[in-house]
Design a protein around this ligand. Structure first.
Ligand code: F6P
Length: 366
């Protein structure tokens, strides 16, 4: 077996299509660890010249603002900037084009991502990662900035592990990235959901109904919890906390009715169950009419809020700062209110939980 430096060298040769080592001897990428640039002598590291940027996974409002910040700050730092379309799918297919300062005009206020995005199955394999790295070599990209969620970060980590420098910017409406207190798109998604639920409340209250609303969050209850607090929901069901239907839904609704309440809001994160099933159970058990609504992809669209635009802009600048300082393989994060960065390996090892006090506070408002 080779030592770390030899492994990276072997991968590099492999990516370049010049096999010096027996391919079957190369380890699996998952067994490697990305170089922590805070621990090496910077004078031995070549400065960055060309930088790629891509968005990956579910789109999030503010991703355009992050691309714009990366491109403009990158050009101001003297880098040549390149956009990769359709996330990692576009990377391994070589969908790479130059971006100048004007190419990001009029994008700040737009939802979605003008670079487009995808969930690439190919890139989940070592062969896919090598193909992506090969395209980085072909376009002479010295570093890649990845804007996306946890899955996108794992793709970035795989590239970093075979010696391709990366920087991650957190972009997902779910706010479920452990290393950071905030992810781009979260605020806009919550405001969109809140506005929809306010409208549903008008009709639920006119008909004395229960409105069961399913919000996004397959594995995370952040949107459900905060939107539930903001809309005065009777009951909030999230994947992180097991619930008891009788205690946490039925009794709460019945107690409300018995004290004169005329309408009820139940919020369900998609990871918990389907709004339709829960509405049916409520109606059957209480006789109160219950109507399900799935907010779905509505929550991912729309013009980003001020918070998302500013967060995205500052995080984009931070990504460029890391490249200027030759501090590669970093994740841009918000920690204790500051925008800073952490090592990609360490960042992906962290875990994030919803603190019990938020849940308790939500209950105290019922
Ligand atoms: O990761 C963001 C997210 O919006 C999740 O909340 C949701 O579960 C998922 O993406 C939906 O993904 P898709 O766009 O593939 O339906």
């Amino acid at each position: 077996m080779y030592n770390d430096a030899e492994i990276l060298f072997a991968f590099r040769r492999h990516i370049m299509g010049r096999l010096l080592y027996d391919e079957s001897n190369l380890p699996e990428i998952s067994s490697l660890r990305a170089v922590n640039y805070d621990k090496i002598d910077k004078s031995t590291v070549e400065p960055v010249k060309r930088v790629g940027v891509l968005t990956s996974g579910g789109d999030a409002p503010g991703m355009n603002a992050a691309i714009r910040a990366v491109v403009r700050a990158g050009i101001n730092a003297g880098f040549e900037m390149y956009g990769v379309t359709r996330g990692y799918h576009g990377l391994w297919k070589g969908e790479i084009k130059p971006l100048d300062g004007r190419s990001v005009s009029e994008t700040l206020q737009r939802g979605g991502t003008f670079l487009m995005t995808a969930r690439s199955q190919t890139f989940m394999t070592d062969q896919g990662v090598l193909k992506g790295a090969r395209m980085m070599e072909a376009y002479e990209l010295d570093a890649l900035i990845v804007i996306g969620g946890d899955g996108s970060y794992k793709g970035a980590r795989a590239l970093a592990r075979i010696g391709m420098p990366v920087i991650g910017i957190p972009g997902t409406i779910d706010n479920d990235i452990a290393s950071t207190e905030y992810t781009i798109g979260y605020d806009t998604a919550m405001n969109t959901a809140m506005q929809c639920i306010d409208k549903l409340r008008d009709t639920a209250s006119s008909h004395e109904r229960c409105s069961v609303i399913e919000v996004m969050g397959r594995h995370a209850g952040w949107i459900a919890l905060n939107v539930g607090i903001a809309t005065g929901a009777e009951s909030i069901l999230i994947p992180e906390v097991p619930y008891d239907f009788n205690r946490d839904v039925l009794r709460v609704i019945l107690d409300g009715r018995n004290t004169g309440k005329k309408h009820y809001i139940v919020i369900v994160a998609e990871g918990v169950g389907h709004a339709e099933d829960i509405a049916k159970q409520i109606e059957e058990a209480t006789g109160i009419e219950a109507r399900p609504t799935i907010l779905g992809h509505l929550q991912r669209g729309g013009s980003p809020t001020l918070r998302d635009r500013t967060m995205a802009s500052l995080m984009g600048i931070k990504a460029i700062d890391c490249l200027m300082d030759k501090r590669f393989n970093r994740l841009v994060v918000r920690q204790h209110g500051d925008i800073t960065d952490v090592d990609i390996e360490e960042g992906l090892e962290m875990t994030k939980t919803i603190t019990p006090d938020i849940i308790e506070n939500a209950k105290r408002l019922g």
